[in-house]
Write a protein that binds this ligand. Structure first.
Ligand code: SF4
Ligand code: SF4
Length: 313
């Protein structure tokens, strides 16, 4: 079958800005996007640049935007994409600096990973030098160890797009993987460092990282697990942690979400944050999003309170 693929091209040595080019080629039922790119490079345009290695979804190096979504080229079928979208458009990973064509600079990804100290640390190891510290843990890794470092999740992350200092889904999933490793001796310190700005509480739970991860690592779920562990370990002072603890208290007590009281309780004692919340509070009030503190509670609030009461028993 003869098809046309549209590819975003950019060579910083000759191009002022990226542009799209069409390539027409013969493909079969089994042709993946990676095989099509290799064919274009071999037979039509040798200057086309992209990364690839294992061709089996293991190395994670051929991640790119395929019809607007982060996908591994080696496991994406050309014909399925054409069936679904009616066209096939390929571009470099979003949110990453482009070096040439589909080749992006992965430095931001590696820096974030490095920032979470992605290996077991043993401070008082009495093992002989060069021997292994073995473990049998398997149950609670929650697939966090399946990451192939492809970068899809960071590329799709809403928070990273808005704030490039956010640690990001892959690094936080790795932080969870180390957090549940009994061999690590600095787990409490690790949790503490994740409470700061750009850490676990900055994730807005958009679920994109879960959607695009080719290995079902579900980074957002690992972040939620880190949040639960943080609260259980007594790290309850961040605004994010207070949002959870105060939310639960308010709904348990009033049988409804009181968006007038919740921000006050979350920021209590932090005058800077309280002050920052005022414009948002005014907007919410104007648009009817904050309940009148003097109005009667809504119907059914007693039933909600009873659920919370029962939960405590
Ligand atoms: S769920 Fe959180 S970590 Fe995942 S993409 Fe959205 S903001 Fe980023
Ligand atoms: S968590 Fe998933 S999407 Fe993110 S780098 Fe690892 S394998 Fe890729």
């Amino acid at each position: 079958m003869r098809i046309t693929i549209t590819i975003r091209r950019f060579n910083p040595e000759i191009d002022v800005k990226p542009h799209w080019e069409n390539y027409t080629l013969e493909v079969g039922r089994e042709t993946t996007v990676l095989l099509a790119l290799l064919k274009i490079k071999d037979e039509i345009d040798g200057s086309l640049s992209f990364r690839a290695s294992c061709r089996a979804s293991i190395c994670g190096s051929d991640l790119m935007m395929i019809n607007g979504m982060q996908k591994l080229a080696c496991r994406t079928s050309v014909l399925e994409e054409l069936d679904r979208h009616g066209h096939l458009k390929i571009a470099p990973m979003a949110n990453m600096p482009v070096i040439k064509d589909m080749v992006v600079d992965m430095d931001p990804f590696w820096k974030k990973l490095k920032a979470v100290t992605p290996y077991v640390v043993r401070e008082n190891d009495d093992l002989p030098v060069q021997s292994e510290a073995l473990t049998t843990i398997q149950d609670n890794l929650e697939n966090a160890d399946a990451c192939i470092m492809c970068g899809a999740c960071l590329s799709a992350c809403n928070t990273f797009e808005a704030s490039s200092d956010f640690l990001g889904p892959a690094a936080l999933a790795k932080a969870y993987r180390i957090q549940v490793d009994p061999r690590d001796e600095i787990r409490k310190n690790r949790l503490e460092t994740l409470q700061t700005e750009n850490g676990i509480w900055d994730c807005v739970r958009c679920v994109y990282c879960v959607q695009v991860c080719p290995k079902d690592v579900a980074p957002m779920e690992q972040i939620v697990r880190l949040r639960r562990r943080s609260i259980a370990a007594g790290f309850t002072e961040s605004i994010g942690a207070k949002h959870i603890t105060e939310f639960t208290k308010v709904v348990g007590k009033e049988g409804r979400l009181n968006e007038t009281r919740l921000p006050i309780l979350m920021t209590w004692g932090n005058f800077k944050k309280m002050f920052q919340m005022i414009p948002l509070g005014i907007k919410m009030f104007i648009h009817g999003k904050s309940p009148n503190p003097f109005a009667d509670p809504p119907a059914g609030h007693e039933a909600v309170r009873a659920i919370f009461k029962g939960r405590k028993k």
